[in-house]
Each structure stands twice: as structure tokens, then as C-alpha cells.
Design a protein around this ligand. Structure first.
Ligand code: MG
Length: 388
């Protein structure tokens, strides 16, 4: 898990994104204990260059290989190896000189790098929820076989992971994931029909990338998290519940068989779950903001409205059925979100398109990884052609 000097060597996949930049802030405070083995970006090479100047990684990867001729080698220090292409991400994740992999690439694109890290038996700080949504059973089984440790970075799953340490597995009654409810929590159904991308991009509590922000507005993000929790914690779908909690301070809770509910609370900021995944089982004071108990505040909870936010029902259904459903739902949603942002679909069409594609797909209860990639491709094409 460390080099000869006891230093953790960390690769950050997707270092220029929302998780990646938060992660580097955390790593900046841990300079004596960690070294950065590698950083990867898709196209934002200037951001990557600035990060490389500060962290002096052994290797940087730009996954879009078409940029190869446009980036002068002199942009990066001679001590930093510069490589191109998606395969280079997998190589970095599996490298002998990488101990810990932070999987921060959004969407199904993040699956291969995460898979490579698991194959190589690394500690994986998992922020890419699609890995478990698409291939949960395969990923968890492979991690067991390879001795890889998966520590969740998603705030809800980090909360559950922390709360689970209060009891034994067989003592868990259920897991309750909190949802902010997104920017349209209080909007009625008729108003939801005319939501614009600009309105959907204004999230009340979390500052995140565009895809996950739209997913938060439809509650598809919570649907994907239900599926993620089902595989990560080996729960039955009916052991998972969702509650709307607009303040995003209670990040989730676990209810044990005796009725005790153990929650994890902190201000909504990704630096804490990222840091916890890096330092687990230890805790550090760290740079994440802390709750202020000298100011009055309240915490509200209410059940979600699945009539207005039907995406949530898709999440529970897919968690129950498993198989190819997660890959299909995830792919359909990625394309539907892109089409909404491009003005081609209405906001309420996102879950409708996903429902249609899910219902028409050829279900396989125990697919291989390559079958999942085929279904992903099929579902994307179907969703591109879907019309209301
Ligand atoms: Mg989350």
C-alpha cells in the first residue's frame, strides 16, 4: 500500500473535474504523507499542467489522444511522463507504483480505469458511481478476488460506510439515503414541464459538474445511488430508502434492528468524504468545513414524491432486477441528459426516455462485462433516437 518510505502513492483519475480538484485540495494538505503518482484529464490539459506544476506527478494522462499533436512536450516538467489515450488511464491505475486510485471520472467513461485498479488489487476511492450502477456484481466479486478495497467517496455512501461501523452486518435493518431534493423540490408537476437547462443547473446546496447537477434535479442521481448502495453494501433493494433532506447536512443513515439510527453529519462539501476515503480507517482534522453548533439551524426530512420525480422508481426497480438493467438505465440517462442540455428533450422526458429504453432492452440476469458494454452502446443509440 505504500512505497519504501511509507508514502502512499496516489493516482487521481479525472483530476480536473469537480471530485479531482477537491481531491487535490485535500492532498495539498497531506503533502508529507502522500505523493501523486499520476493525474489524468480528458481534454483540459492547461488545468492539468497547472496541477502538475504543483504536485509533480510521475505521469500525466490526457485521454483524448487527438490532442497529442497540439500539446507541446515542454508544457510539462521533464520529470513528468506525458501519455495519451484512454488505455493510458488503465495503465496508470494498475501501475506497480500506484497504491491508491481516486476514481473521479464521471459517467460510464470512468468504468475502465476503475476496473483496472480493482484488477490490480488497489485501494480505490470510488467517486464514479456508474462503476457500480453498470457492473455492481462483477465489480464487487472482482474486488473480493483481487483483494482490492473499495471505499466510497459519494457523500451518502461515505456516510453509510461510516455508520455501518456501529454494528454488525446482520444487525442492519435498512439504509436511508438522504436527497437534497434538487432545485425543483417544491415545484408542481405543470411547472416541471417547462424547466430550462439553466434552471436545472442551479443546485441549491451542492456545487458539481453539469451531468450530476441535472441528475440531482431529476432525482436520477438518487436513483443511481440506490443502485450503487445495493451492490456496494450487499443490501436487498427493499432495505434501501430515500428521504428528502434539503439542508444536505445529514448525508445518510443506517437503521439497526434495535431501532437505533446512526447518521453522519457535516456541511455539504466533498473534501470530507474524499479525505476519509484516503485516510480510512484513520481520521484527520483536515480542511473540510465544520458544523457550527453556536448558530441555530434545523434539519428537515420528508418522503420523496415519486409522481413528480419518477426517476427514483427506476432506481429501485433496477436495484431489484440487477443484470443488464443498470448499464441500460445509466447509458439512457447520460444521453437523455445531454439531449436535455442541448434543448432536444424536455426535463420530464429524461425519465420517460429512460423508462422506454429500459423496458425495450433485452434483459440478461447475469451478463459479462463485454455484454454490459454492448448493452450500453445499444441503449445510447436507442435514447438518441427516442422521441416523446
Ligand atoms: Mg451523492
Amino acid at each position: 500500500m505504500t512505497d519504501s518510505a511509507g508514502i502512499h502513492r496516489i493516482a487521481v483519475l479525472g483530476s480536473t473535474g469537480s471530485i479531482g480538484t477537491n481531491c487535490l485540495e485535500v492532498l495539498g494538505e497531506m503533502r508529507n504523507e502522500v505523493s501523486v503518482a499520476g493525474l489524468t484529464a480528458h481534454r483540459r490539459w492547461q488545468d492539468l499542467q497547472r496541477q502538475a506544476e504543483i504536485f509533480q506527478p510521475r505521469r500525466v494522462v490526457i485521454s483524448d489522444a487527438t490532442l497529442k499533436d497540439q500539446i507541446p512536450r515542454s508544457s510539462f516538467s521533464p520529470k513528468t511522463e506525458l501519455v495519451f489515450g484512454a488505455e493510458a488511464i488503465e495503465a496508470l491505475a494498475a501501475d506497480d507504483e500506484t497504491d491508491v486510485v481516486v476514481a473521479g471520472i464521471v459517467g460510464a467513461a470512468g468504468l475502465r480505469g476503475t476496473w483496472a485498479a480493482i484488477e490490480a488489487g488497489k485501494r480505490v476511492c470510488l467517486a464514479n458511481k456508474e462503476t457500480l450502477v453498470v457492473a455492481g456484481p462483477l465489480v464487487m466479486e472482482r474486488a473480493r478476488e483481487r483483494g482490492a478495497t473499495i471505499i466510497p467517496v459519494d457523500s451518502e455512501h461515505s456516510a453509510v460506510f461510516q455508520a455501518l461501523q456501529s454494528g454488525r452486518r446482520q444487525e442492519v435493518k435498512r439504509v436511508v439515503l438522504t436527497a437534497s431534493g434538487g432545485p425543483f423540490r417544491t415545484w408542481d408537476a405543470s411547472r416541471l414541464k417547462s424547466v430550462t437547462p439553466q434552471e436545472a443547473m442551479a443546485h441549491p446546496t451542492w456545487n458539481m459538474g453539469p451531468k450530476i447537477t441535472i441528475d440531482s434535479a431529476t432525482l436520477m442521481n438518487k436513483a443511481l445511488e440506490v443502485i450503487e448502495a445495493r451492490w456496494l453494501f450487499d443490501l436487498e433493494a427493499d432495505q434501501i430508502e430515500v428521504v428528502v433532506h434539503p439542508q444536505s447536512i445529514v448525508h445518510s443513515f443506517v437503521e439497526f434492528v434495535d431501532g437505533s439510527v446512526i447518521a453522519q453529519l457535516s456541511p455539504p462539501d466533498m473534501k470530507l468524504p474524499i479525505q476519509y476515503a484516503l485516510t480510512y480507517p484513520e481520521r484527520r482534522s483536515g480542511i473540510a468545513p465544520k458544523l457550527d453548533w453556536k448558530t441555530a439551524f434545523h434539519l428537515d426530512f420528508s418522503p420523496p414524491d415519486t409522481d413528480r420525480f419518477p426517476a427514483l422508481l427506476l432506481g429501485f426497480e433496477v436495484a431489484r432486477r440487477g443484470g443488464t438493467c443498470g448499464a441500460v438505465l445509466n447509458a439512457a440517462n447520460e444521453v437523455a441528459v445531454a439531449r436535455f442540455l442541448a434543448g432536444e428533450l424536455a426535463f420530464c422526458d429524461i425519465p420517460r426516455a429512460c423508462r422506454a429504453v429500459l423496458d425495450s432492452h433485452h434483459f440478461d440476469p447475469s451478463p459479462t462485462l463485454s455484454e454490459l458494454f454492448r448493452q450500453d452502446t445499444w441503449a445510447r443509440e436507442e435514447t438518441r433516437q427516442w422521441s416523446s
